[in-house]
Design a protein around this ligand. Structure first.
Ligand code: HC0
Length: 583
């Protein structure tokens, strides 16, 4: 242990502790800007000491030191708010502001900008170094993410998220001094790099240098168009996250309020991606059983997380045959709205406009993939638009609710519309890491054995551990499964499979984002480890309280098979619900 003095208080901490953490223990708050204790997962830290907002004075040292990455020493005497320290912090912030575009009122991060907040906290009242403003071009090449390098403060959190957490490594720090910038590797537009559109960079960016693409205007226009029948679907993870932005505790189940808000915004029908998550379980479960019985390629990988799909395409194209042919629930609901629903309601599918509310930036990219136009092909009608017309992230929906002046927290609970509105507990848990696997096991077990599961909760696949595993005996066959979240964890499994290991596993669930979709790149900011854990708790609580908790027992899923699809993996399923990827 090491004992030191911080602002006159003695504190003893383990060797290797940073000054910042020691101060925290002494009850002293040192301000930070670029520092992040955890990027996505508890074991990934970001402490490059770039912003120098956390500087402190160490007795006997001439220069100030950054507290986030300087370890304590025995007998150190530290002062955290001397005039020298206060002046240095202000000057460091002023330097950052001197070349920053100060268009705060119209900035997409207005109100949730960490640079704005720290300037308020540290009482910055002037910008003495008057510099030239940065003049980098804005990069809007990606359907998911907007880069405005003029807002970059070089904290490099995005680089850690991309390189260490996701192992995608699409970003780099380039140049020096005034010309320094974080940019896509090689200076390419983002769309031309290996970026998988997961948006974890946008979650950690303190300013608006990286944000989601804003598609809200397209939705306002569609709603106002009297010729359009605008339907909306809500992803599992949004059920427990939208409320945060309106002052409700993190993880609160706001399902009923979200439906009420969407109806007030003017959507013609409000559906639940939980419904199509149940549909996915039917198709994916039967696909797994088919692969096991027919010596198909195993282990089968889940296919619902589009960042993960892009990751396989970019880095492991040889493993593409392992990916389930099922489209994601988002991409199942789209074509079903423009076929089954259109027929049932007697609406011309050309006039149906499908909007998704997703926790995910990559879902925008997924909806834009060229093959995602099954309804148009089904009807052989080029006037039918894409299966999913617009994807909004949770943050964009929050903005629309605010724009419309809806008092979200005080809304009554309202119900989804019939036909595609019923979702089970199994579908609800899709939003948390391990949830797709658990939902699949609940159904596969009962389909294969013909017996009722004695206990629905598969605890082994739950929680924030990077890689989880479980095995379940089904009629004498031990089905072995693995679950990983974050692409760094996925990479560990993929390397093993490529090396010929993990051959005795049957099914692997991968979610690109830490914690699963509750930690998606489009979720409310902040999304830290703490928010992720509370949202996961909210997901499982909602599962517990739902009357139906197994996908195959969803009456609206039973109805679509009876009336339209006929059977899982049948002809119509192949036309509308399955896809394939080419290496
Ligand atoms: Fe997810 Fe999904 S669960 S990827 O994590 O499968 O985004 O929430 O909507 O599509 O359902 C995200 C969340 C979805 C899909 C579902 C899957």
């Amino acid at each position: 242990n090491v004992t030191l003095t911080i602002d006159g208080q003695k504190v003893t901490v383990p060797e290797g502790t940073t000054i910042l953490k020691a101060a925290e223990k002494a009850g002293v708050k040192i301000p930070t800007l670029c520092f992040l204790e955890h990027v996505g997962l508890r074991h990934i830290k970001h402490d490059v000491g770039a912003c120098r907002v956390c500087v402190v004075e160490v007795e006997g040292k001439k220069d100030l030191v950054s507290s986030c990455n300087t370890p304590v020493e025995e007998g150190m005497v530290i002062r955290t708010h001397t005039p020298k320290v206060i002046a240095a912090r202000k000057l460091n912030l002023e330097m950052m502001l001197s070349d920053h575009h100060l268009d705060c009122p119209t900035c997409p991060k207005n109100g949730i900008c960490e640079l704005q907040a720290i300037c308020a906290e540290l009482n910055v009242r002037q910008i003495r170094p008057q510099g030239e403003k940065k003049d980098f071009p804005i990069d809007d090449s990606s359907p998911s993410i907007m880069r405005n390098p003029n807002k970059c403060i070089l904290c490099q959190r995005c680089i850690t998220a991309c390189k260490v957490l996701q192992t995608v490594d699409a970003l780099e720090l380039y140049g020096n001094g005034f010309d320094a910038v974080v940019r896509p590797k090689g200076g390419l537009p983002l769309i031309e790099t290996q970026c998988v559109a997961c948006g974890q960079c946008a979650l950690v960016c303190p300013t608006a240098a990286i944000v989601e693409k804003d598609d809200t205007w397209k939705v306002w226009e569609a709603i106002a168009d009297p010729n359009k029948h605008v339907v909306v679907q809500t992803a599992p993870a949004t059920h427990v996250t939208i409320g945060e932005a309106f002052g409700l505790p993190v993880g609160t189940d706001i399902t009923g309020k979200m439906v009420a808000a969407l109806k007030r915004l003017g959507f013609d029908a409000v559906f639940d991606t939980n419904w199509s998550a149940d549909l996915t379980i039917m198709e994916e479960g039967y696909e797994l059983i088919h692969r096991i019985k027919n010596n198909g390629v195993l282990p089968q990988f889940t296919s619902c997380s589009p960042g993960w799909i892009k990751f396989v395409e970019e880095f492991y194209p040889d493993l593409i045959p392992h990916i389930s042919s099922c489209k994601s629930p988002q991409q199942m609901l789209g074509p079903i709205a423009k076929t089954y629903y259109a027929e049932k309601k007697g609406i011309n599918p050309e006039n149906i406009f499908v909007v998704s509310i997703m926790p995910c930036t990559a879902k925008k990219y997924e909806a834009a993939r060229p093959e995602m136009n099954a309804a148009s092909k089904y009807w052989n009608n080029p006037n039918i638009t894409r299966d999913v017309d617009v994807v909004l992230t949770s943050r964009e929906l929050i903005r629309m609710i605010r724009e419309a002046g809806i008092d979200f927290a005080n809304l009554p609970d309202e119900k989804y519309d019939p036909i595609m509105g019923e979702g089970t507990g199994a579908a609800q848990i899709f939003g948390a890491t391990g949830g797709v696997m658990e939902a699949a096991l609940r159904t596969a077990y009962e389909v294969v054995t013909g017996k009722t599961l004695p206990r629905l909760d598969f605890e082994d696949v739950r929680g924030m551990k990077d890689i989880k595993e479980a095995s379940v005996n089904m009629n004498g066959v031990t089905v072995k499964v693995l679950v990983a979240h974050s692409l760094g964890a996925a990479r560990q499994l993929m390397d093993k499979i490529r090396a010929g290991e993990l051959k005795d596993y049957h099914f692997i669930e991968i979610m690109a984002c830490p914690g699963g979709c509750i930690g998606g790149g489009g979720q409310p900011i902040p999304t830290t480890v703490e928010e992720r854990e509370l949202r996961i708790k909210g997901i499982y609580e909602r599962d517990k309280k739902l009357p139906i908790r197994k996908s195959h027992e969803n009456p609206e899923i039973q109805a679509i098979y009876k009336e339209f699809l006929k059977e899982p993996l049948g002809h119509k399923s192949h036309q509308l619900l399955h896809t394939h990827y080419t290496p």
